[in-house]
Structure formats: C-alpha cells, structure tokens
Design a protein around this ligand. Structure first.
Ligand code: AMP
Ligand code: ZN
Length: 381
C-alpha cells in the first residue's frame, strides 16, 4: 500500500483502506488494523469518510480542508497511551456512526446533532494523560485544580478541543460558517455528549435508563438527546461488545494503561488503585468485576429501552462468559496445582458441578504422573 498524502477527498484513499472501510456499517471494524493501514491516522480517515458519506460539511458550511486540519490537530493531540489514544477515539467514532446509520438514529436526529455526535466521539478523550480522574484529584494535579475535581478529564477534553477550533490563524474552525444560534446549540450538544463519558456518573445513568425503559419507552427513543447519550456511552464501552479477538486486544491495552498508572502510584508512595497493580493483577477477575458492575447492567437497561441493542447485549454476554470461564478455570487450576492426578479429577468435577455456567476442566495424564489441566475447552454434557 502506498503512503497516503493528506486525504482531503475520500477517493484519495488507497484501495486497501477503502475496501477495509467498506460501507461504514461494520460494528466490528478493527480500528487497530485501520490504524496500521492508514499510517496511524484512523481518526482522520474514518471521520472524513463518514462526514463525506452524509455530506455533513455542506450542512455547516465547512470546507474539506478546514475539517481535515481540525481533525488532524485533534488526532495529533492524542497522546501515545496504550488505550486512550487516537485509535480509541476512532473506535468510539465508528461505534457512534453504527448507531446513527445501522440502528437508524439518523431518522430521528438532525444533521447538526449527527455532526455534534461525531465530533464528540472524535474529541471525547482528547489529550488524555493516561491516568484516571481519581489519580489527578489524589495527586492534586493542576488539571484537578483547574476543574475543581469535577469531571476533570471530560471538561479538559472539550475545552482543549474548542481551543484548537478557535486558535488564531490555524484555520481549524469547523464551526465558523454556522449561525450564532447553531453554534450555541452544536457546542452545547458536544459538551453534554462528552460529559456523558465520565464513568463516575455511569451507575446513575444506568438507573436513569432503567427508569426511562419503565416509563414511556417509545417516547424516549424518539428523543434525540437520549439517542446521543446512548450512542456515545455504548461506543465508549463498545469494545466489550466486539468479537472476542478485538475485545481481547482492547482489554490488553486498557490493562497496560491501568498498570502504568499503578507503577506511577507505587513510585509516588501512594496506595495503588484497584485493578492497577501489575504485581497482583488478575485480568479475568477484573474483567468479571467490570462486566458485572458496569457493562452488563448498562447494556441490559439499554435493551429494555431499545430492543435494537439486543445483538450488542448478546456480544457483551459472550465476552462475559469468556472471562467468567477463565476466572473460574484459573481458580480451579490454582486449587489443582499441588494435587495429585487422581485427586485432581475429583476436585475438578466437584468445582465444575458447583458452577451454573459449567466451566469444563479437563485433566489429562497417567494416574500418579504429570497432569495437564485444560479449562473451558468443551461444554459439559
Ligand atoms: P473513557 O475514559 O472515556 O474511555 O471511559 C471508559 C472507561 O472505562 C475507561 O477509562 C476505563 O476506566 C474503563 N474501561 C474500559 N474498558 C475497560 C476494561 N476492559 N476493563 C476495565 N475498565 C475498562
Ligand atoms: Zn473513551
């Protein structure tokens, strides 16, 4: 594949990239692979493809060049963190567009709202430092001071992105052509949408979705701002609903980023945050916790509100099952590690019979000899 110059038109993309993007509807688009295909510019390429497809720039009187300049600055401003980087931004953008296009949100939201959602996705972790809000607050960072400990990162992402837009002479102002009234409304929508990604508000939001589902289900799913909220939240947690090989890649990346935060905490003499300790890390256990308390309840509530999300929930539950099996299997393995082969079989059978989800432990080998333990390879009859 030839190296790409600045793509200002979709037709300038290489055939490989165009084939890879397809018709822009693939929930399981592997953005990490797109990143390689585009020399590390998946956000520019994907956002350009999407806004061109919907002719959104005409709608806000923005030139291709200004849009490309703005998104290029945004993409370059993402730090090279393992997880919170331009690839994650492109992944969330792809997710949001999926709901717009495939789930039909575009039939309810206006073009300005669609544009606001896509920009929100692109900027939603802009300049993320690779550590959590809590870390910034605990370490009395200047960002926490600036934003009074309240949604520190999320406020920073939006503020810095708008600063780029308005930079003198940078020709990045994608909203220069819209009326004052439209500017106010697009800006408000972007702020509100990015604010939704603060995970400390997640449980409250899940409860809100549950109550929306209980009351006036249909009315809520014709409410454009509810759609934008659901689109960004579902996309931000979206890797948990991707096919397993993709989900595993993102999980390895977020885990490494959390471990890096833990390393910094250890050096600073602080208590290492939950899930951030690489010396005592247990990824399956962390994932079971993350799915049980954060991911599963959220997608269950969303499906109650909007049944179109059923396949997303199914994918989440598949991944949950994978982690649960791994977690239970590891527990069995730990218990088996010092037992002899003949007793291993007994322990394995007892352990697996206790489990609702039927983790299968296969113990192989000669009695009294070396044992091989395999987990979760067969389903129990
Ligand atoms: P954001 O920071 O906007 O990307 O919000 C999503 C948050 O979800 C991240 O900051 C992580 O803390 C968390 N998260 C996402 N995926 C995982 C995962 N697989 N395990 C644990 N936490 C996760
Ligand atoms: Zn994010």
């Amino acid at each position: 594949m030839g190296r790409m110059a600045k793509p200002t038109e979709l037709k300038e993309l290489s055939d490989d990239v165009r084939d890879f993007l397809g018709d822009l509807t693939d929930w399981n688009l592997d953005v990490l692979e797109l990143s390689e295909l585009t020399n590390g510019r998946p956000l520019l390429v994907l956002s350009f493809a999407i806004v061109s497809h919907h002719e959104l720039l005409l709608n806000i009187y923005c030139s291709n060049q200004t849009f490309s300049k703005f998104i290029s600055r945004i993409e370059a401003g993402y730090l090279k963190n393992p997880y919170h980087n331009n690839n994650h931004a492109a992944d969330v953008l792809n997710g949001c567009h999926h709901f717009v296009q495939v789930f039909g949100f575009k039939d309810v939201i206006t073009n300005h709202q669609m544009f606001s959602l896509l920009i929100s996705a692109a900027i939603h972790d802009f300049e993320h430092p690779g550590v959590s809000n809590n870390f910034l607050i605990r370490t009395k960072s200047s960002l926490a001071v600036q934003y009074n400990d309240d949604s520190v990162l999320e406020r920073m992402h939006v503020a810095r992105a708008f600063a780029i837009m308005q930079e003198e002479g940078a020709q990045c102002n994608i909203l220069k052509g819209v009326s004052n009234e439209d500017y106010v409304s697009i800006r408000r929508t972007i702020i509100e949408t990015v604010m939704m990604t603060d995970l400390s508000k997640h449980l409250d939001y899940t409860a809100r979705v549950r109550s929306m589902a209980a009351n006036q289900k249909s009315a809520n799913m014709t409410n454009a701002s509810v759609m934008l909220q659901i689109a960004i939240k579902s996309s931000d947690l979206g890797h948990c609903a991707k096919i397993l090989p993709i989900h595993l890649k993102w999980t390895a990346l977020i885990t490494e980023e959390m471990y890096m935060q833990g390393d910094r905490e250890r050096i600073m003499g602080l208590k290492v945050s939950a899930f951030c300790d690489r010396d005592h890390g247990d990824i399956p256990k962390s994932q079971v916790g993350f799915f049980t308390f954060i991911v599963n309840p959220f997608f269950s509530a969303i499906v109650d509100l909007d049944p179109r999300f059923e396949p997303i929930k199914t994918a989440v539950l598949e991944n949950y099952k994978y982690w649960k099996q791994k977690f239970e299997g590891d527990k069995v393995m730990r218990r088996l590690s010092s037992a002899k082969l003949n007793t291993m079989r007994l322990i394995a059978i007892k352990e697996t019979e206790k489990k609702e989800e039927k983790v299968v432990v296969v113990v192989e080998g000669e009695e009294g000899g070396e044992a091989k333990v395999k987990v979760g390879e067969k389903t129990k009859e």
